[in-house]
Design a protein around this ligand. Structure first.
Ligand SMILES: Cc1cc2nc3c(=O)[nH]c(=O)nc-3n(C[C@H](O)[C@H](O)[C@H](O)COP(=O)(O)OP(=O)(O)OC[C@H]3O[C@@H](n4cnc5c(N)ncnc54)[C@H](O)[C@@H]3O)c2cc1C
Length: 326
């Protein structure tokens, strides 16, 4: 019996959200009288073993094979499923990235386990895990109780604080996984990394987003929004209206059908605050809205509001931040 956490990694570097999840798993495991364990999958994951101990794993299980060098959900799900069975895990947790979400769903389906997808919290109630997730575009918080022996959940990034790594040790074990390349139908033909200088929306502590409010001159508007983001070391976000209008690529979209984010600071420029946008950023710590319309719904959620033209406000903020940050 243990809580098994999949540590998503790229080129041997862990996605940091997984450490916050592992630390939370340790806390929950202590309440349940069990242990937290980490699952590493890849072709070279040795660098992550010590880190997994430091963030709360009592045991680290590693599946290492050249066929696992890149994430393919079919092979990773097979490994995860075999690991869950071999370890006798009673909970399998992933971060709610695209990969983590698919992995959790596949393991849950194959194991006939109850799943909480995109959960934002986990707690112990009457000796059992209970997950919380939002439904109806973030309007209702639902508690998910599980009836199955195995609990599966994918957890939204930044749901828990990232603790400082401890000075811990534990047991590391290689998993003997039955996997053959011929059985994996997904083949990776080419691999192209995204622009590595770009700050990831889901990891960002500050996000500056632009909406249809830039419509008078979209190119200039997004250049101003992007300049403000760069000055603050922030990620660049957008509303769906801006994406649909072709002002900015989909990867920047925040909201129900885009990314879910939880930065310390979210600056919304020319975004009305539709419920579907709020579903993706409503949990941000501080929201600042810049909008010409004093009745825009975004002001009901924002702690700070500037009622004015973003073409005027965004460059003024950039200039002021530059002065103060340099
Ligand atoms: C199923 C479904 C899923 C959806 N998913 C998403 C999603 O993931 N993300 C998302 O964002 N939306 C989503 N939407 C769309 C959502 O309903 C809204 O249409 C969208 O969020 C509106 O984007 P916006 O605020 O940029 O545009 P608008 O609603 O048009 O708002 C533009 C705002 O800019 C202000 N403005 C105009 N000019 C200026 C200026 N010069 N300076 C300052 N302010 C100015 C206006 O006052 C207005 O408030 C979804 C809709 C559906 C039905």
């Amino acid at each position: 019996m243990s809580i098994l956490v999949w540590i998503e990694q790229n080129d041997g570097k862990a996605v940091s959200n997984c450490w916050e999840l592992l630390a939370k798993a340790k806390e929950l495991a202590a309440e349940l009288g069990t242990a937290a364990a980490a699952l590493l999958i890849g072709d070279d994951v040795t660098g992550l073993v010590q880190q997994a101990f430091a963030y709360g794993a009592e045991a680290v299980y590693a599946a290492v094979d050249s066929s696992l060098s890149n994430y393919r959900f079919q092979s990773y799900a097979t490994v995860a499923e075999q690991a869950v069975e071999a370890i006798g895990a009673t909970a399998f947790l992933t971060n709610a990235s695209i990969r983590g979400g698919v992995l959790a769903a596949t393991v849950a389906c194959r194991q006939q386990a109850g799943i909480a997808a995109n959960a934002t919290d986990l707690r112990v109630e009457d000796g059992k895990l209970v997950a919380t997730r939002t439904i109806y575009s973030g309007n209702i918080w639902a508690d998910i109780h599980f009836e199955t022996p195995l609990v599966v959940a994918s957890i939204r990034p930044r749901s828990f604080p990232l603790p400082a790594p401890g000075d811990a040790s534990g047991t590391a074990q290689m998993l003997d996984i039955a996997l053959h390349e011929d059985d994996i139908r997904q083949k990776i033909i080419d691999f192209r990394a995204a622009d590595s200088s770009e700050i990831s929306l889901t990891d960002a502590h500050i996000i500056v987003s632009g909406g249809r409010g830039v419509a008078a001159d979209p190119e200039k508007g997004f250049a101003l929004v992007s300049e403000l983001a760069q000055t603050l070391g922030a990620a660049l976000g957008a509303s769906r209206a801006a994406v649909d209008a072709g002002y900015i690529p989909y990867k920047h979209q925040v909201g129900q059908t885009g990314k879910t984010v939880k930065p310390d600071l979210y600056i919304a420029c020319g975004i009305s605050g539709a419920i579907q946008h709020l579903a993706g950023m409503g949990n941000s710590k501080i929201i600042v809205a810049i909008n010409k319309d004093p009745d825009a719904p975004i002001f009901e959620r924002a702690q700070y509001g500037i009622v004015d033209d973003l073409f005027k406000v965004a460059p003024a903020l950039t200039a002021e931040f530059r002065k103060r940050l340099n």
